[in-house]
Ligand binder design. Sequence first.
Ligand code: TRP
Length: 444
Amino acid sequence: MRPTWGTRLGFVLATAGAAVGLGNVWRFPTVVAHGGGGAFVAVFLIIVAAVGIPALMGELAIGRHAARGPVGAFRRLAPGTRWPWVGGLGVAAAVAILSFYSVIAGWCLGYAFHFLTGRLANVPQPELESTFVRLVASPAASVGWHSVFMGLTALVVFFGIRGGIERASKLLMPAMVLLLAIVAVRVLRLEGAMEGLAWFLSPRWRDITAGAALAALGQVFFSFSLGMGVLITYGSYLQRDSDLPGAAVWVAAADVGIALLAGSVVIPALFAFDLPIEGGPRLLFVVLTGVFGAMPLGRLLGFLFFLLLVIAALTSAIALLEVGVTTLMDEWRWSRPRSVVAAAAFTFLLGVPSALSQGPAGLVTVFGLPFLEAVDFFASNLMLPVGGLLTAVFIGWTWGTGRAQAELATGTRRFRAAGVWGRAMRYLVPVAVGIVLLGGLLAG
Ligand code: TRP
């Protein structure tokens, strides 16, 4: 018997945990700030409703209908075809993303620890630059924290859907929101922070360019964790009688809500200290580290901030690892313990070159890029959108929206938006994901 989620809340929290990740903190606030503030948020919400939520529902419907991981799901829905390869592409993308995601989450773990010991409080900004470089360039530290983080992820997944993932999500998600709220209250009381918040959300329609719209599209896609089998996998453990469209809307709302809250911390904090708005790892490990370190109670605040990042990353990493584990269990009939050990060990080893690639010699490179950046580019800009595009085409045109609609309506009193959903799935979603793919390739 395939296990199922114990409660609807547990499923929503676990799936929201997959969606809410580092991207909500280091990417969303900066794209909003550069892309037109409140005007960007309005565009973002339209894309969420028109593209994000329909795609989310579609992938979950595949999973629940087939009750299999990505590879098996495509095989069940389209036997004797090549579609299972699309599932395989998703699994490969999940493994690739997890390999470097764990390295970066490991750095967060290290920073939480060093805030706790007091080593990171009150360090002047230029020195923080070298502190960061020293951490990421040290093979022992980088690989060490990477192994700790992978170990934590594997531990949760080891205990299974209900006893591991659902239980952990019910604890971790509320804890993360609480930590974020504490940090937000402290930051917004800083001198100048409120002006920063007002600026962050003020609509600047002139900044809504084609580039900004593309960034919004890409961010929705990445943030909702589409196109890599995560939603098919989590959907495959859903009970028949659960309200799927309703759950999808809750997941989307949680993801967007937490992204907005993160933006209301990050941008005002930069404003209060008169710092330039940038994204990526430097935002976390240099700029914000300096900001928190310089505040009253900075040691505690810095610790709480990096702890919440670790939690956000952990619930995403759990989902990514579960994709591989479910696939091994479904396809090769391996036991869960064996699948967890194999998938975690393989992903850990694949992450080692990423962990070493930030060293002074830029040791491990592919096509002239450090290994970590190369894997990121390949997985995020190529495998993800290709997988997402093919999945959308599959739902809209091969499996068919009729069958998908029937699946979505099962467990709901009435799926009122069925017609609109079908049209979004057939036309809007494939076109939107196609644009993301082109944009990502041109960025390379
Ligand atoms: N959504 C995650 C974030 O915002 C990143 C991500 C992309 C992800 N695809 C995923 C996480 C799949 C878990 C599973 O950071």
